[in-house]
Every structure is written in structure tokens, then in C-alpha cells.
Design a protein around this ligand. Structure first.
Ligand code: NAD
Ligand code: LMR
Length: 347
């Protein structure tokens, strides 16, 4: 992801077949959990996007200060704050993309699955409101455990009769951002050139970087593959432990950066850019026994395009990658089933 993509030059026109048509005037984005550790820096990055005309911030606490503060930045997106359940519908009305970082983060010694007890209910409640008030919006789920919260969101949307699998995403971009950084550092490559697909899910061994598919084509020893894979899988824990002495929490700044990158990619897809690809945890057939799987998807006007092609990067894996893929399947399946069972038990 090159710097130029953070602030794409926005043309006042686009091509549709052989016609030239005016561009849409900008997109409306809602962030649910906007006053949190991720929510605040993410809101700032989104406020800087030339593709965004309206930015709606929702949280159960402290959203007024964030809204007033951001509102003073002289960038075009108009900021509005919403707080409390009674303002959630207004926050969501007419938005194109909803980003959900609401929920509790890990403390040292916890797994992401340990957050299920609190975050499952938060995600369920917020996605119910999305279904009622912004049923056509793209939904980006950041709240952990992503491996389960995305299936929960899917069940909620199904129950409300508005589920479109092309529009629901688990945000796994941070795994790609980390993989790109660590590979560039290890191999002395220019950061902007490195692109490593990361597939599977977003927890421990379910995070599977495909180093054999890294671009530019790079040779790794077996030891390097093992060390990089382990570091990418444990990077979230590395941050949780580093933050433990100073108030705690998990990755917020790198996560905000990653979420902004994924949002920008989604908006470029909505805007008609022909060549937008990102890894994300989506419903797909990449691995038949896993209804949700993170893989490289093409983003377009309706969210994921070419679902059938999802998982193409799983062809021609190395022995190490193929083994790791087999090993992650039971863990990921269990997390998916847990999310589905939870959502189906709800009244
Ligand atoms: P945080 O505690 O700093 O912020 C969470 C925010 O959510 C708070 O402002 C809180 O008031 C708000 N909130 C809680 N319940 C809410 C509700 N019902 N409606 C609206 N807002 C609500 O936490 P954080 O560090 O920002 O992390 C948030 C979540 O993101 C955690 O679950 C964390 O594990 C996850 N996370 C995911 C990734 C990823 O790669 N997908 C990366 C980092 C963190
Ligand atoms: C991350 O990967 O940083 C997040 O999933 C947060 C965490 O709990 O590790």
C-alpha cells in the first residue's frame, strides 16, 4: 500500500463503459465505538479522506469531545456525533459504510476468544441496528474475536432478511500490514513494494501469512519462514504485552491505520476503481469446510466482487503453508460455529 493511496487524487469524473459520468459527491461513513483506542485515531484518518463527505461518530461514552475536536480539522468530511442507543438510528441513516471497533480489548494472558462473552453481545446489538437503518451498507467488523463476531453479524443480518455476503467483512488488514512491515525489515526491501497475502482468520494459528506468495518474489530460508510466521501470528500479543505497564489495551494506532487502509480500499471499490484488492475475512468457498475465511478479494461497487475467485492464492502452497492451513481448520471452524450458535440462540 503506497502512501499515494492514502490520499488518492479524486477525479470529478469516471468512466462507465465508453461514457464519462460525474463522480458521486463523497461517501457517508459511520464508526461505532468512535471514542475508543482505535475509534479516535481511525476517526482522524477517515476525516482526512477525500472520498468521505460525512463522518458519523457513535459511542456509548465520550463522543462529544471527539466530535468537537475533529470537527475543527479543515478537511471536507462533515463530522456529527451520536451517543446512547436512542441516537444510533440517526447515526446509521443513509451511511455507505459502517466500521465497528466497539468492544473490549485483551489484557495480557487472554486470548481473543476470551472477549467473546462481552463483545458478542455488543456486535449483535450494533449489527441489528445496522440491519434496521443501513441495510445496504458495507459492514467492517474490527471487534474481537473476529473469527466469531463476523459469523454473528452474518446471522443477525440473515435473521433481519438483509444479509448480502458481499458486504460483510472482518477486518484482517492489520495482519497484512504487519507481514509487509516485518518482511521488508528482514529483507531490506522498500516498504511500499512489499505485499504479503495473509489468509485464514484473525487469531493465533488461524493467521496464516503466505510468504511464498509475497510480492516482490522473495526467497526465505525455512528458519525465516518459521520466525516470520510466528511473529505475525503473535504480533497482537506483542503489543498487548508491551502496553501492559502503561494502562493496558491492545493495538490501536496500527489498527486505526489498517482500518483506514481497508476503508479507503472499500470506498475506491464503491467509487468504481477497477483494480482494488485486499485480504479480508469474508463468507466464501475458498476452503469448503470453512464458511468464513480470510483471503484476497476484489472490491467493487457492491463490496466483494468475484467471490468465486476468492482463495485463488491457496493454489500451489509450500509444504509448510499447506500443513499450517490444515492445522488451522479445526480452530477456525470451532470459532465460526461458536458465533453462529450464539446468534441462533438469541431470542
Ligand atoms: P477500547 O476499549 O479503547 O474502545 C472500545 C470503545 O467501544 C469504547 O470507546 C467503548 O465506549 C465503546 N463501546 C463499548 N460498547 C459499545 C457499544 N455497545 N456501542 C458503541 N460503543 C461501545 O478498545 P480498542 O482498543 O479500541 O479495541 C476495540 C476492539 O477492537 C477490541 O475488541 C479489540 O480486541 C479489537 N481489535 C481488533 C483488531 C483487528 O485486527 N481486527 C485489532 C486491534 C483491536
Ligand atoms: C491485534 O491483532 O492486535 C488485535 O486482534 C488485538 C489483540 O487482541 O491482539
Amino acid at each position: 500500500w503506497r502512501a499515494v493511496k492514502l490520499r488518492p487524487r479524486r477525479r470529478p469524473w469516471r468512466r462507465a463503459g465508453n461514457r464519462v459520468v460525474a463522480q458521486a459527491s463523497g461517501y457517508k461513513v459511520a464508526i461505532l465505538g468512535a471514542a475508543g483506542g482505535i475509534g479516535q485515531p481511525l476517526s482522524l484518518l477517515v476525516k482526512m479522506s477525500p472520498l468521505v463527505s460525512a463522518l458519523h461518530l457513535y459511542d456509548i461514552a465520550n463522543v462529544d469531545g471527539v466530535t468537537a475536536d475533529l470537527g475543527h480539522c479543515n478537511t471536507p468530511a462533515k463530522v456529527a456525533g451520536f451517543t446512547g442507543k436512542e441516537e444510533l438510528a440517526g447515526c446509521l441513516a443513509g451511511v455507505d459504510v459502517v466500521v465497528i471497533p466497539a468492544g473490549v480489548p485483551r489484557k495480557p494472558g487472554m486470548t481473543r476468544d476470551d472477549l467473546f462473552g462481552i463483545n458478542a453481545g455488543i456486535v449483535r446489538e450494533l449489527v441489528e441496528a445496522v440491519a434496521d437503518n443501513a441495510p445496504a451498507a458495507l459492514v467492517h467488523v474490527i471487534s474481537n474475536p473476529v473469527n466469531s463476531t463476523v459469523p454473528i453479524a452474518a446471522e443477525v443480518l440473515k435473521r433481519k432478511g438483509v444479509y448480502d455476503p458481499r458486504k460483510l467483512f472482518g477486518v484482517t488488514t492489520l495482519d497484512v500490514v504487519r507481514a509487509n512491515t516485518f518482511v521488508a525489515e528482514m529483507k531490506g526491501l522498500p516498504l511500499a513494494d512489499v505485499d504479503v497475502p495473509v489468509v485464514g482468520g484473525h487469531a493465533a494459528a488461524t493467521i496464516l501469512p503466505l510468504l511464498s506468495k509475497a510480492r516482490p518474489k522473495t526467497a526465505f530460508t525455512d528458519e525465516e519462514v518459521e520466525a516470520l510466521t510466528r511473529r505475525i501470528q503473535n504480533a497482537g500479543t506483542e503489543v498487548v504485552e508491551a502496553k501492559a505497564k502503561a494502562g493496558g489495551g491492545s493495538a490501536t494506532l496500527s489498527m486505526a491505520y489498517a482500518a483506514a487502509r481497508f476503508l479507503e480500499a472499500s470506498l475506491r471499490g464503491l467509487d468504481g476503481d477497477a483494480d482494488v484488492y485486499e485480504c479480508s475475512y469474508v463468507q466464501c468457498q475458498a476452503v469448503p469446510e470453512l464458511p468464513f475465511f480470510a483471503c484476497r478479494v476484489k472490491l467493487g461497487r457492491d463490496g466483494v466482487e468475484e467471490v468465486a475467485a476468492a482463495g485463488a492464492e491457496l493454489r500451489g502452497l509450500t509444504e509448510f503453508e499447506a500443513r499450517a492451513l490444515e492445522a488451522l481448520k479445526p480452530q477456525l471452524k470451532k470459532s465460526i460455529d461458536k458465533g453462529v450458535a450464539y446468534a441462533q440462540q438469541q431470542p
